[in-house]
Design a binder for this molecule. Structure first.
Ligand code: KG4
Ligand code: ZN
Length: 340
């Protein structure tokens, strides 16, 4: 039953963050995220450990989200959860929990596509963020995904291009690892790049037709470059860290901006919305601001907490589907590979 005040509990557990949020219609009342530190020592996400940590975190995280929102579970109108894509063992925790709670409370269950959620995070009603108008181009940049999507309305999304191998966040993290930086290295590359010379070293850009991306070649060329340079000078990395980081970041941003420009030329759409953890990068933010001035684009980046994996973005899709009576059945299952 829809009313003026609908409370949606949302659950996200697709990768290594356990998150729960409560929304009142399109406004976020709480958005709790438990980040799993365990993966740091392995230099990447270990699926089995992620699943176990979700099992430990899910109940306290949901309790906290309800408490922060000052909502009793009996006031909830529906429960939204991430069905996929993601790690199967991780998705199963959120999916099973959401199904059980919805059954127990006898309220509707809403399945949410993780990538659609990254895109529709722009529609969370928050005075600190403005909303793109349809149609717009969404570029989702994270540790798991790199996509350019044409968004005609909330539910009509068309993938124009995506990565053929590594995601852009992986390109940052794997490059950082080659430089001996801890995981996840993306933010560190960003930090050092700000004080380095982006033209100091030249890395080749991949030749990929159309709007698809590829980052694995860049990783290999950085590996050979580092190995060769360290052989000549064992202190090469520490002596040149800032310039190496600036050059790597420059190359990655060039790849992203070239594809965005191509997408704008092909579609004629100048409304550009960025999301995902890499949207925090100071270089991409600067480039987009520049493009507003020089190319007449309108660009949008959600608040950082809605860029990285979070349940609030699952909640906004949940709310929009709730308005459409778009509910899932109790026999629904998680879907690790799930196309938009
Ligand atoms: O969206 P996200 O939190 O999780 C995934 O769904 O993957 O994105 C995490 C990714 C990591 O690869 C991390 O290194 C990258 O976002 N990242 C950054 C920055 N902040 C986070 N990459 C470059 N510059 C940053 N400032
Ligand atoms: Zn994500």
């Amino acid at each position: 039953m829809k009313s003026q005040e609908n409370f949606i509990l949302a659950i996200e557990s697709s990768c290594d963050d356990t998150s729960a949020a409560v929304l009142r219609n399109d406004k976020v009342l709480s958005n709790v995220v438990a980040t799993q530190a365990i993966h740091q020592q392995y230099g990447g996400v270990v699926p089995e450990l992620a699943s176990r940590a979700h099992q430990q975190n899910i109940v306290p995280v949901v309790h906290q989200a309800l408490a922060k929102a000052n909502i009793d579970k009996n006031q909830l109108s529906a429960i939204a959860f991430t069905r996929g894509p993601g790690l199967m063992g991780s998705l199963l925790v959120g999916t099973s929990f959401a199904k059980s709670l919805a059954l127990g409370l006898d309220i509707p269950l809403i399945e949410v596509h993780h990538m659609q959620a990254h895109i529709l995070a722009h529609f969370i009603n928050d005075e600190k963020q403005s909303q793109p108008s349809f149609p717009f181009l969404a570029m989702t940049l994270s540790g798991g995904h790199t996509q350019i999507v044409q968004v005609n309305n909330y539910f009509d999304l068309q993938i124009l291009g995506q990565t053929l191998d590594d995601a852009v966040g992986e390109a940052f993290d794997k490059s950082a690892k080659l430089l001996g930086l801890p995981y996840p290295g993306g933010p560190l590359i960003d930090k050092y790049a700000q004080e380095g010379n982006a033209q100091a070293f030249i890395f080749p850009k991949p030749k990929v037709e159309g709007l698809n991306f590829s980052f694995s070649g860049l990783k290999t060329s950085i590996l050979y470059f580092v190995q060769k340079s360290v052989k000549k000078n064992p202190k090469f990395i520490e002596e040149n860290l800032k310039d190496i980081c600036a050059s790597i970041q420059f190359t990655i941003l060039e790849i992203l901006m070239q594809k965005l420009k191509l997408a704008v030329n092909q579609t004629g759409i100048k409304e550009i919305a960025i999301g995902g953890g890499v949207a925090a990068n100071s270089g991409i933010r600067f480039r987009l601001k520049e493009a507003e001035k020089t190319l007449g684009w309108h660009t949008y980046i959600p608040k950082f907490e809605y860029c990285t994996d979070n349940a609030a973005m699952i909640g906004i899709v949940g709310y929009l589907k709730f308005l459409e009576d778009d509910f899932a059945e109790q026999n629904i299952t998680a879907k690790a590979r799930y196309s938009l």
